[in-house]
Design a protein around this ligand. Structure first.
Ligand code: SF4
Ligand code: FE
Length: 482
């Protein structure tokens, strides 16, 4: 499918969407939405480019046909590695979040978990899931992976909340299906998706069994309400001329999705109150998405490092040893993130269903690094860029007959450096470190796929300190158990 065809397919959806206090009649035509849809469209555009064939296409284990990798169930460590490489490439091309990975990660986590549920419990979840998956692959659809509940009082379990809807839950069931109520926060690319895949947000217990629910829905199913999230400086996208965008083409997108008593037919229900399976579904989805960041954030980091290096040249400091050091440090941090993404992929293993799961310990190490390193890369980029990045007049002023020549005179850099290029590059660094893309490159690095503490919990569980103690004890001549 071409990017243009994909964008057309979204325009057909009839959804209830709110943007800045108003219901949007044409959300896909809205200037706050279009750059994010263009970023997802890049995942289709790659299909048209023969040099990326091996990365963007994978062979479906269901049909044997080539499918877009964003709809593929990983069948080997090569698949896992290619996923991370593809994400880096797309991060490089868009300089922001291209949104399609959450759905991919949800599909893979569900494939493994529904297989186990069907095997253990005899429920038809795996068969249902595979019918849905086939449809997604045939349609080359975008799925939104919806996990994060609002959570209300974080010190309380779902059923203890003052308002029981603060976690998405089942409120009714009949012969045809179930009715769900609740909300999902920070939903990446929600308006750019054809389907919503909902999953529980944490390991549920018996008392919380109504909250142990997973399903897929058409994005325009009745009762779903989308409320677009804001990003820093996003209203620049609505300014005429868009001179101060920084990234002229792409942006990420997050929404609050409200499920206002939404009906889900049984055919699309993949978990229904089996609370003991919710924890492993969460852990797998989070693990896959923590792997994902090893690709996408490294790709965005490449753009930021490139912008900093270009600014160093425009400003005449590219030979200064401390600037070179800073650029090397940025590369080192960025490649460390990527190494972790590749390592957890190379260390992947097949689950019982045959799908490949990443090495969970290494995926969590990957994401914990991502909660820190992009901030340091951004700090170094700001250091190199200089204060002008945050005090720059509008680039529209360059066109003004009186002040334009003054800006060219007083904001020029090194001899031979184009002043307009310097200022555009400063805008791009601003976009990535303080502007709309900072939501994707920084805050999402902190909280996306789980906040740092969530990774520490998994690392602590996977660390096997007993085995390490035994290793040390053996070399020190200490008997086991002493
Ligand atoms: Fe993909 Fe990265 Fe965006 Fe997650 S944050 S959807 S991994 S681009
Ligand atoms: Fe994310």
């Amino acid at each position: 499918m071409s990017g243009e065809k994909y964008l057309q397919s979204l325009r057909k959806l009839e959804r209830k969407v709110y943007i800045r206090g108003e219901q949007a009649a044409d959300p896909m035509g809205h200037p706050l939405v279009q750059p994010s849809a263009r970023a997802v469209a890049q995942t289709y555009e790659l299909e048209q480019q023969p040099e990326y064939k091996a990365l963007i296409f994978a062979r479906s284990h269901l049909s044997g046909r080539p499918v877009n990798r964003f709809t593929h169930i990983h069948r080997s460590t090569d698949d896992l590695v290619n996923k991370v490489k593809l994400q880096r490439l797309l991060g490089q091309r868009t300089g922001t979040c291209f949104q399609r990975c959450v759905g991919l990660d949800a599909l893979n986590a569900l494939e493994i978990t529904t297989f186990e549920m069907e095997k253990d419990l005899g429920t038809p979840y795996y068969r249902r899931f595979n019918r849905f998956l086939k449809q997604v692959q045939d349609e080359n659809a975008v799925c939104n992976g919806a996990m994060t509940d609002p959570k209300g009082d974080r010190g309380k379990r779902p059923h203890e909340q003052a308002d029981p809807d603060l976690y998405l839950r089942v409120v009714d069931e009949n012969r045809e299906g179930i009715t769900v109520r609740g909300a999902k926060c920070h939903q990446t690319g929600a308006l750019n998706s054809h389907y919503i895949i909902a999953m529980p947000t944490l390991a549920m217990r018996e008392e919380d069994r109504d909250y142990a629910v997973s399903f897929a829905l058409e994005a325009d199913a009745p009762g779903i309400i989308y409320i677009l999230g804001r990003q820093p400086s996003d209203s620049r996208k609505m300014e005429p001329g868009q001179a101060d965008l920084g990234n002229l083409f792409y942006a990420g997108q997050e929404c609050l999705i409200v499920f206002d008593d939404v009906f889900v037919p049984w055919e699309r229900v993949f978990m229904f109150k089996e609370h003991s399976y919710s924890g492993r579904l969460v852990e797998r989805f989070a693990g896959y998405h923590r792997q994902s960041y090893g690709g996408c954030k490294a790709g965005t980091g490449d753009v930021l490092i490139g912008a900093a290096a270009a600014l160093a040249r425009y400003q005449g400091v590219s030979k200064a040893s401390h600037i070179r050091d800073k650029l090397v440090e940025m590369v080192h941090l960025n490649e460390t993130i990527f190494c972790c993404g590749i390592a957890c992929s190379a260390g992947g293993r097949p689950a019982a269903s045959g799908a490949y799961l990443i090495d969970l310990l290494l995926a969590n190490v990957c994401k914990l690094n991502v909660t820190r390193f992009p901030y340091e890369i951004a700090r170094l980029a700001e250091d190199i860029a200089g204060g002008l990045m945050a005090t720059l007049p509008s680039l529209a002023d360059l066109e003004h007959p009186e002040i334009g020549p003054l800006l060219y005179k007083y904001l020029q850099g090194a001899a031979g450096a184009d002043t307009a290029c310097r200022l555009k590059m400063l805008r791009l660094v601003e976009n990535l470190t303080l502007g709309p893309a900072a939501a994707a490159y920084l805050t999402e690095s902190m909280h996306g796929a789980g906040s740092p503490q969530a990774q520490r919990v998994v690392i602590a569980r996977q660390a096997d300190l007993e085995q390490k103690k035994a290793l040390a004890g053996k070399l020190a001549g200490i008997e086991e158990g002493s």
